[in-house]
Each structure stands twice: as C-alpha cells, then as structure tokens.
Design a protein around this ligand. Structure first.
Ligand code: ADP
Length: 273
C-alpha cells in the first residue's frame, strides 16, 4: 500500500550499451496476493466442516451410542455437509458471474411477483420469528432473472439472519416519478437487526469478509452473499447503498438505471385536435 513495485530488466548489447526496462507490477502483485488469500480462505472454509464430520465418524465408530444420540450426531453431520454444499454453490455462482463476459439476459421481471416470492422465502427462513412486511409499486425490471433473484434473496436472507427474533424486516420496490428527469427505481431491504459499525461497511462486499465470523457461521452464512450481490449489480449497472446503525438495524438499497425499468403503459392520450 502506497509503495510501487517495479520489475526491472537489463538488456546488454555487444557494444557495451545497456537498456534498462522497468515495468510497474504493483497491480499484478496485488492481484496475485488476493488470489492467494482467496485460495487460503476457501481451503479453510472447506476444511473446518470436514474436520468436524471426520471427528463425528470417528466417535460413531468407537462407542456405543443410544439411538437418540446417534440421531443427534447424524443431524450435526448433515448440518456440516449442508454448509459445504452452500459454500460450493456460492463459489460456483461467483466464478460464473466473474467469468461471464456476456451482458446479462434481458428478461422482464414482474417486481410485484418478485416481492411476493421474496416475502414467502423470508417467512420460511424466519419461521415466524420476525415481522415481515413488503410493498411494491408497479413496473417491471429488465435483467437476468436467476442473477437478480439470487442477489435479492441474499439481501433478504441477511436481513432475517442478522435480526434477532421479534424484529422487523421490510422489503420494498419503489418507483418514484420525478417532477423533472427520469423516474427512480429502487429495491430495498431494511431490518431492525444488529446493524453494522461504519468502519465495516466499505468492506462488506469483499469475498469472505464478515463482521462476526461466529455469528455468520451459526446462521449458515458462507461469507460470499454480498460478493455475489455486488457482481450481479455491477453487471446490471445498478448501485448498492448500505446504511446502518449498530443495534438499530440496516438498510440495503439497490438503485437501477432507468433503462432497466419498464413502466406500465399510461392510458393513451386522446388525439390532439
Ligand atoms: P454471510 O454469509 O457471512 O452473511 P455476506 O457476504 O452475505 O456473508 O455478508 C457479509 C457480512 O456482512 C456478514 O457476515 C455480516 O457481518 C454483515 N451483514 C450482512 N448483512 C447484514 C445485515 N442485514 N445486518 C447486519 N450485518 C449484516
């Protein structure tokens, strides 16, 4: 950080003249360091559940357990393998998004239906422990359905997972007509949960960045959700804003460019005389 890395090459000619070539490899080195970090993180994330599973296999072999105890251990083993499956799924999604040079598909998503579906998902995940509310204006969104569903679902699942029982989660799709200029299209998820201290906010979309590793794990997080959100939104020229107050809650809002909005047709104006 703040330093420059140069690769230097000296070419000597027969007549004793020398040519010095220097190249700035700061960025190359930085990318390489990020790749190493990523591989180390992935390995660690896979190794942890594997170690737990291996431990359980050993203990199941060694001792005589009651039927109930066996069931409990098998349940814990299943939890760990589910975690690994989620991790691999998220890694594949991310690799696919990062490696895809194509523009996202231009499907039309009915946002009222989308919000209904997200509410149903949120209720299932919450198991009745949260108040879940939603509102949706009209208007369709143009983009890749699976990508956008995955981004929105990640935001909604975070809101539920980082909000203690009894809290609120609010999902909204708003299209605001401006007096002048283009309408503004915004999808947002607000919660009354644990919130995020300001210093963490700029780093949240980094792969495997978590404010509280234990809490993320406990609630089934992979640490990749917001990295996926970031990539999907980037591909759709949309902007993510995060505002939060520790202890009070957070709002994640996504603003889409007007070209991605399809407004319901206004009633035809009467013909001018
Ligand atoms: P994870 O799988 O850990 O939830 P994400 O990439 O989805 O990974 O989120 C990164 C981190 O951002 C989380 O570990 C958590 O610390 C924080 N975070 C995300 N959403 C919220 C939220 N709604 N409230 C509080 N913290 C959040």
């Amino acid at each position: 950080r703040g330093s420059l890395l140069l690769s230097v090459q000296v070419i000597s000619y027969g007549d004793g003249k020398k040519l010095l070539l220097s190249r700035d490899v700061t960025q190359v080195e930085r990318t390489e360091a990020m790749r190493r970090d990523f591989v180390a993180n992935v390995s660690h994330e896979i190794k942890t559940p594997l170690t737990v599973i291996a431990g359980f296999v050993e203990s199941l072999r060694g001792l005589d357990f009651s039927a109930e105890e066996r069931e409990r251990i098998l349940g814990l083993m299943q939890e760990q393998s589910d975690r690994m499956r989620h991790l691999v799924e998220d890694l594949l999604t991310l690799a696919h998004l990062e490696g895809d040079p194509h523009q996202p598909a231009e499907e039309r998503l009915n946002m009222r239906q989308m919000v209904d579906r997200l509410v149903a998902d949120a209720r299932a995940l919450s198991g009745g422990r949260h108040h879940i509310e939603a509102s949706a204006d009209g208007g369709d969104l143009r983009g890749a359905r699976t990508e956008l569903v995955s981004a929105f679902t990640n935001l909604v699942s975070n809101a539920v997972r980082y909000t203690p029982a009894g809290g609120d989660v609010r999902i909204a799709w708003r299209v605001t007509e401006q007096d002048y200029g283009d309408p503004v299209a915004e999808f947002s998820v607000s919660d009354s949960g644990i919130g995020i201290a300001a210093e963490h906010i700029p780093r949240l979309t980094e792969r495997f960045y978590r404010v509280d590793r234990g809490r993320s794990r406990e609630s089934g997080g992979t640490g990749l959700g917001l990295a996926i959100v970031k990539h999907v939104l980037l591909r759709h020229q949309a902007e993510l804003r995060i505002s939060s107050q520790p202890g009070l809650g957070s709002t994640f809002s996504v603003r889409f460019p007007v070209q991605r909005l399809v407004l319901p047709k206004a009633p035809a104006a009467p013909d001018a005389p």
